[in-house]
Write a protein that binds this ligand. Structure first.
Ligand code: MG
Length: 256
């Protein structure tokens, strides 16, 4: 019996070395296609060379009103930032996107007031699929020291997935989201082929790790994919809370 095992082992050793003799390290080297060179910004906040700038510090030419599509976005631009104008409602990009990487910075004023969902509420709809708040909302809210339902706090996919951690900075400090968005895909009959997925860094900290979305954000009831859609604008929320309005700056996107 022992002799038989030794013979089998020797045979296996021979086969393995024979395989090594036929294969070379070069066999598993991939040389094409060569990833294109993209010059990065000086810091991770700076737009890389191939990014689409969604705000140049001067105007909102890349944006439009959601209530009146085609009409200019009327939020106030000053000192290289723009500030939510609750009276004119949500704004969205003129361009439509499918899969992308997004960088966006926001400021909750130092003098913010309110509690719960009424304290610095805004949102980034990663794909806007209609008027008002229709779309997939990444929540913006002051949760530095402000409790609310966890799937509605900053860094959550609103009413779906809480952030992995609370990475909020103090009101009065600029904060950032870096987002990798994979849009949902639909079959010809409108049924969902592959759900949306999102990875989010809040102030550089991972808060959503390839999270699968159950559908567009729904304020009441469970989310589900009810209607097929293609490329979509990115939308910013003018929330109706009574607290002081937020500002945004340094917004860029890289289509994937
Ligand atoms: Mg919101």
């Amino acid at each position: 019996m022992l002799k038989r095992i030794l013979v089998v082992a020797a045979g296996a050793a021979f086969l393995t070395s024979a395989a090594f003799a036929q294969n070379k390290p070069e066999d598993t080297e991939v040389w094409t296609p060569v990833p294109k060179v993209v010059t990065p910004g000086k810091s991770t906040a700076d737009a890389p060379a191939d990014a689409v700038l969604l705000f140049n510090g001067k105007n909102l030419d890349e944006w439009e009103s959601v209530n009146n599509p085609g009409e200019p976005a009327k939020w106030k631009v000053a000192n290289n930032v723009f500030t939510v104008d609750k009276g004119t409602g949500n704004i969205q990009t003129k361009k439509k996107f499918t899969d992308y990487q997004l960088h966006i910075e926001y400021l909750i004023p130092a003098n913010i007031t309110g509690t719960g969902q009424g304290r610095g509420n805004s949102g980034i709809f990663l794909a806007s699929i209609g008027k008002g708040d229709d779309g997939y909302e990444l929540q913006v809210l002051d949760n530095y020291n402000n409790a609310t339902y966890v799937n509605g706090q900053a860094g959550s996919i609103y009413k779906q997935t809480p952030p992995l951690v609370n990475a909020c900075k103090k009101p009065g400090e600029w904060q950032s989201y870096d987002v990798i968005w994979t849009a949902p895909r639909f079959n010809d009959d409108g049924s969902v082929k592959s759900p949306a997925r999102v990875t989010v860094f809040h102030n550089g900290v991972l808060v959503q790790n390839n999270t699968e979305l159950k559908g567009p954000t729904r304020y009441i009831g469970q989310a589900s994919y009810d209607k097929a859609h293609g490329a979509s604008p990115i939308k910013l929320q003018a929330h109706g809370d009574k607290s002081e309005p937020l500002s945004f700056r340094n917004i860029w996107v890289r289509e994937l």
